[in-house]
Design a protein. Structure first.
Length: 117
């Protein structure tokens, strides 16, 4: 099996995919963060390409950073100052060459994630 990384962001408050949400991917090595790429979710709440395709996949520690505040602002969610959820970092490890799917279920006041399939 080959390794790759994907995500799917769903807006649970609005009951739809979170389109237009910016996501950054970092590799974590010896306490340092190396930014690998920035992507934006499409109309289905997914990225148009795999976040980390097979050709770029390596096991290790990573961080996905979801820019929830900017997404909520763009959707017209009533603003707070400061917004309860703005930047959502999710740190995780990939220990084998497999499909890692890290979805985000998002609302203005909470979120959840898990290792999906």
């Amino acid at each position: 099996m080959t390794g790759y990384l994907t995500t799917h962001v769903l807006d649970t408050a609005r009951g739809c995919p979170a389109a237009g949400l910016t996501i950054e991917l970092f590799r974590l090595t010896d306490g340092q963060r190396e930014k690998l790429k920035t992507l934006v979710t499409n109309a289905d709440g997914r990225t148009d390409t795999q976040i980390l395709p097979e050709a770029e996949f390596a096991t290790g520690a990573y961080e996905l950073v979801f820019h929830a505040g900017a997404y909520l602002d763009a959707c017209g969610t009533p603003p707070e100052d400061p917004r309860f959820l703005d930047i959502i970092p999710i740190r995780f490890g990939m220990s084998e060459a497999a499909h890692y799917h890290v979805p985000l279920l998002l609302s203005p006041f909470g979120y959840s994630t898990y290792r999906g399939s």
